[in-house]
Each structure stands twice: as structure tokens, then as C-alpha cells.
Unconditional design. Structure first.
Lengths: 319, 287
């Protein structure tokens, strides 16, 4: 197995011991069945313990796992007839965001998502899923197109944040994000957003103004990366784990604060352990929510979205 | 030549000005952070806090902004008693809020309300950098959203003066969501034909620049204001890119098509008045 995370080390060690014993037993022809059975029991309970109560920092590691399924993985496993569409018609085609038209259980929908790379070369092409303005503007073009053809919109969110760089600033990174927020608020088609990995800051929110926002169990959503928060707040980027806890970034936190409507469970250890079943769980959730939203009137859909975001915020009044 | 000599001497005197500083009563003189000129504070204030030497625009508090922009310096305030909570129980947040109130005399980072500018009624919001660096938390987001809703209800134009370090990290996701909330409200104002003028002042970053600040029908900025999504330090640290000297100034943003105008502070009120007038359709019988 590859790609285990540091906190999974006790499991890996125990698994190694079990395999060693098994091999030793078969080589020397000694019956270790009972011992192996007991070790397997211990493994199961250790696994249950470890994964049932993951810290925010551990979830952050799973959310950033290099093998974590990406937008294109979900598109290929959930939808049929995917037709990718490229470019913002203004400047270029940003590969950090992919999009197109596809069918969800027979219903044509527009699908858009941040796309992280599968390896270093791919990551360089896709800027690690960090979009430039042209990426957000491509997404906006596809969403406007969806709105025109009365086609529901599904977005997958997985980005550390919008790309920080000179070119991005020159071409109006702020405007590109702001424009998506304001336009997404007004579309009269159902919008469902699924946070599949990292929901980082404005770059995530630029695809995140939905009637329903769903979140995978081990994904995270935050206003700034915990690393960034740690270096600003405590001048120490190594305190990212502490910042992750303080900022309350987990799916469970989001459900509690009514930022998301549903948390989609993941297999033990994370989505990367079983893409097929994970994709199926996401598919079932999408179909269920889409069924509810497609029953709503057009004008009702934008009102519904307004109500959702209008209600967010905690404040009080002082005499 | 002789002039050069005096110039040099002047510079020399500035370097050793520690002693001089001690001799001057606190607050009587102010040093320009850009050109280093020593200015008489009273004169500086008379000049709307613009350096008479180099034109550098000092930051204004919300109250100072109201003084120099609204007619008679009068605003009828909305939601003046709204204050922040600490919904995430974030380490140190309560203390920082208390300190911000102490420093600025404000309850949170924004004042909203209505008044007139050049005789034209408007709903106005002014963020103050001296409260928690003008960061966008629930209170700022809610007060702006309520102001937008007032503008819709009263059919008044909306004018927002932005300055902000960005999101208020201590409110984490609730802070991020204020970007979506204010933008959704602006969509309503927009679809009803309401006018929104955004005035960007130094500095405006992150969550504020990537939401309402960039959504004005007209966007103007004060000269030299630093304004962008990710700041210089973040970019230099993240991707180690060499950035131009004028990076993210108003002038940089004007050149790259992100602004309508760069307007000197002394002309802001006149510019707003003109824009409000240009959006007022006269009665046919008056023409």
C-alpha cells in the first residue's frame, strides 16, 4: 500500500506484524490461526478508534492526500456523456478548473470543478487546482450557458485557494471571484456544490454559492489555509494543526454551523481507499438533492439561495 | 547647487530628529510615512489628511470620512449598536475585539447609514481600518447587507468606502460567507436598477476586494491605495515572484482595467455628486 499518512503508522505497523506472522507460519508450517485472529481483532478495533475520531489536522491531511479523487474522477464515475468545454473567451483556458456538460442519471447538467493534478507534471499544468481569473471566468461562462438552457449546475470544490501571483492580480482576480458570487446568486437553475477535498477561501467560494452545499466527510472548508492563518496570527506556519482546530474547518463543523446541508460519509481512511463506492455515494446524494430542487420554480431557486446565505452570520446588539 | 546643499542639510536634520521630536508636543507635528516630510498636524487635517509635500493620502477613520464626504458631516446611522460575538470561541478574539474598540472608539469595523452628498440622498457604508484592520466579520457583512436592503427599499443609491485587511480569520467560515451574503444582496440591488458606487481606499484586500468592493457599477479609488486579492507578501512568500514597485496601487489597477478612475481625496465628494447627478433622470417637464 502507498500513500499512508503519518497518523496511520500504528495501523501499518500492526498490519506488517500480521503479515510477518502469517508468512512465518506458512514457512515453518506452524498454526498461528488463533494469534492471527486476535491480531486482526486488535487491528479492527485500532482502525475503528483511529478513524472514528479524527482531528481537524488529520482530516486536513486526508483532504490533501495526493491520491484523493479529483473532480475528473467524480465526473467520469458519476455522469455519462461528459463533453468538456474549454476557455473563457477572453484570455485563455485555465486547466485549474474543468467544466462541461454531462448527464446525471439521464438529466443534462453543467458540471464544473477545480482540478488538482494527478502527478507533479499534471500539477504544474493545473497549478495545483489554484485558478487564475480566466478559470473563474470560464466557470462563469459555463454557468451562464447552463442558466440559458435551463440546465442545473453541479460544482466540485477542491482548491487550496485562488492563485496568488502578479498575472492573476493584473487580470483582476478579485473581480473574477466577486463576479461569480454575484452571478451565482441570481441564476434560476438548481445549483448543487460538493466540497470533495480542500475548500480554500475565495477560490472555493467562487464555485460555492449553491442551493445545496454538500461536503465529503474528510474534506475541509476555511477562509484561509490553516498554514496561512498560523503564519499571520502566530507568525509561525508550523502551527497549522493548531490553526486547523481553532478555525473549525471540518465537515461536521460546517453541518453544525449550517454552512452545508449534508455530509457524505467516506470509507475508513478516506475517499482514496475506494473511489468506486465513494463516487456512488456522491451520485446518490446528487440525485436525491436534484430531485428536490428540480421541483422548485425558477424564481424560487434564486430566492432559496438568497435565504440560505442571508441567514449566515453571528452577531448581537449592545444597549 | 546651493539648493542641493540645503536639501542635504535638511535630510541630515531629519535623521537626528529624535531629539527634535522630543521637544515637540505630542501630536503637533506628523511625519509623512511616504516622503518623510514633517507636517503640521492641523494643516494636514485641514488638507483632508493628504500630505502637502507628496500628495500621500493618510488613512481616514470612518468618522473623518463622514466629515469630509457627507453634507454637513451628518449621517443617520443604521444598526449602530450591532456588535461581534465570538461564535468559534477563537483564542484571543474577545481580547482583540475589546482592544479594537479601545483604539478606535467603534463597536465594529463599519458605520452604515444615510445622508446626503451634494444634496443627493444616499445609503452609505464606511469601513474603518483602525478597528481590527477593517476585517470582514459577521457584523460588517450583516451591516452592509442591511444597508443594501435599505437602498433597495428606499430606492437610494449605495456608496461603500472600502478598506480592509481581508477576512476576519477569527470568524473563519462565517467570515468567508459574508462575501456570498453581501454579493447576493448586491445582485438584488442590481436587478432592481439600483446604483452602487464603490470607493476603494488604502488598503483593500482579500475577502473585501473579492466581493462588494469590486462589484460597483462605478469603482473609484484614492491615489496610491494598495488594493488587490493576495498581497505582496503573500505572493512573494508563496510563489517567490518578483513584483513591480507599483504593484497593486490604484494606478496599477487603473492601468489594468480594474477601476474607472483614480480620484484625489479633495475631489471625491465632487466626483460622487457628479455621478449621483448623472444617474438622476430629470422630469420631462423640467427639461
Amino acid at each position: 500500500m502507498a500513500g499512508e499518512l503519518p497518523f496511520e503508522l500504528p495501523l501499518i505497523e500492526l498490519r506488517g506484524k500480521i503479515e510477518e506472522l502469517r508468512k512465518f507460519g506458512s514457512e515453518k508450517n506452524i498454526d498461528f490461526t488463533d494469534e492471527i485472529f486476535r491480531l486482526e481483532e486488535r487491528y479492527a478495533s485500532l482502525e475503528a478508534d483511529l478513524y472514528s475520531d479524527l482531528t481537524a489536522a488529520q482530516k486536513m491531511q486526508i483532504a490533501r492526500h495526493p491520491g484523493r479523487p479529483t473532480t475528473l474522477d467524480y465526473i467520469l464515475h458519476i455522469f455519462s456523456d461528459f463533453c468538456e468545454l474549454h476557455g473563457d473567451r477572453l484570455f485563455g483556458d485555465d486547466l485549474a478548473i474543468v467544466g462541461g456538460i454531462a448527464k446525471l442519471d439521464g438529466l443534462p447538467v453543467t458540471v464544473i470543478g477545480h482540478q488538482k493534478g494527478k502527478d507533479t507534471k499534471d500539477n504544474i499544468l493545473r497549478n495545483f487546482g489554484m485558478a487564475h481569473p480566466e478559470g473563474f471566468r470560464k466557470a462563469l461562462r459555463l454557468m451562464k450557458q447552463a442558466n440559458k438552457f435551463n440546465r442545473p449546475i453541479i460544482t466540485f470544490i477542491d482548491t487550496p485557494g485562488a492563485y496568488p501571483g502578479n498575472a492573476a492580480e493584473e487580470r483582476g482576480q478579485s473581480e473574477a471571484i466577486a463576479r461569480n458570487l454575484v452571478e451565482m446568486a441570481g441564476f434560476q437553475v438548481p445549483i448543487i456544490c460538493v466540497i470533495i477535498g480542500e475548500g480554500g477561501s475565495g477560490g472555493a467560494l467562487a464555485l460555492g454559492v449553491g442551493n445545496r452545499v454538500l461536503m465529503l466527510e474528510n474534506s475541509i472548508y476555511s477562509v484561509i489555509t490553516p498554514n496561512g492563518a498560523a503564519s499571520i496570527l502566530w507568525k509561525d506556519a508550523s502551527k497549522a494543526d493548531q490553526a486547523a482546530e481553532a478555525m473549525k474547518i471540518t465537515a461536521q463543523n460546517m453541518l453544525q454551523m449550517e454552512i452545508v446541508e449534508e455530509v457524505i460519509p467516506e470509507p475508513k481512511g478516506g475517499a482514496h481507499k475506494d473511489l468506486i463506492n465513494q463516487a456512488d455515494a456522491v451520485r446518490q446524494a446528487l440525485i436525491r438533492h436534484m430531485g428536490e430542487l428540480t421541483r422548485m420554480e425558477q424564481a424560487e431557486l434564486s430566492e432559496d439561495r438568497y435565504r440560505k446565505f442571508r441567514a449566515i452570520g453571528e452577531f448581537t446588539f449592545q444597549d | 547647487m546651493l539648493k542641493d546643499f540645503f536639501q542635504k542639510k535638511k535630510t541630515y536634520a531629519t535623521i537626528t530628529s529624535d531629539k527634535a521630536k522630543r521637544d515637540i508636543p505630542e501630536g503637533l507635528m506628523t511625519k509623512c510615512s511616504k516622503c518623510g516630510a514633517i507636517l503640521v498636524t492641523k494643516e494636514l487635517e485641514k488638507n483632508a489628511k493628504v500630505c502637502t509635500g507628496c500628495g500621500h493620502h493618510f488613512r481616514l477613520s470612518a468618522l473623518e470620512r463622514i466629515q469630509c464626504t457627507l453634507d454637513d458631516g451628518v449621517i443617520v446611522e443604521y444598526d449602530s449598536d450591532m456588535i461581534s460575538l465570538d461564535p468559534l470561541d477563537f483564542p484571543g478574539y474577545k481580547e482583540k475585539l475589546a482592544k479594537s474598540t479601545e483604539v478606535s472608539g467603534m463597536k465594529d469595523a463599519i458605520i452604515t447609514g444615510e445622508g446626503t452628498i451634494g444634496g443627493f440622498p444616499a445609503v452609505v457604508g464606511i469601513i474603518s481600518f483602525d478597528f481590527f484592520q477593517g476585517t470582514l466579520g459577521s457584523v460588517v457583512g450583516e451591516k452592509i447587507t442591511r444597508a443594501i436592503e435599505k437602498a433597495i427599499e428606499k430606492q437610494y443609491p449605495l456608496i461603500l468606502f472600502s478598506t480592509s485587511g481581508g477576512a476576519r480569520m477569527q470568524e473563519s467560515i462565517l467570515s468567508l460567507m459574508q462575501m456570498a451574503k453581501t454579493s447576493a444582496a448586491l445582485k438584488k440591488l442590481d436587478s432592481q436598477g439600483g446604483l452602487f458606487i464603490s470607493v476603494i481606499t488604502d488598503p483593500t484586500y482579500g475577502g473585501v476586494s473579492a466581493s462588494f468592493a469590486m462589484l460597483g457599477d462605478v469603482i473609484i479609488a484614492e491615489p496610491g491605495a494598495a488594493f488587490g486579492f493576495a498581497g505582496r507578501i503573500v505572493i512573494e512568500q508563496t510563489i517567490r515572484q518578483k513584483l513591480p514597485d507599483n504593484f497593486q496601487t490604484s494606478e496599477f489597477n487603473l492601468k489594468h482595467g480594474q477601476l474607472d478612475q483614480v480620484v484625489h481625496r479633495k475631489d471625491i465628494k465632487a466626483t460622487l455628486t457628479k455621478l449621483l447627478d448623472l444617474h438622476t433622470v430629470p422630469n420631462r417637464s423640467d427639461v
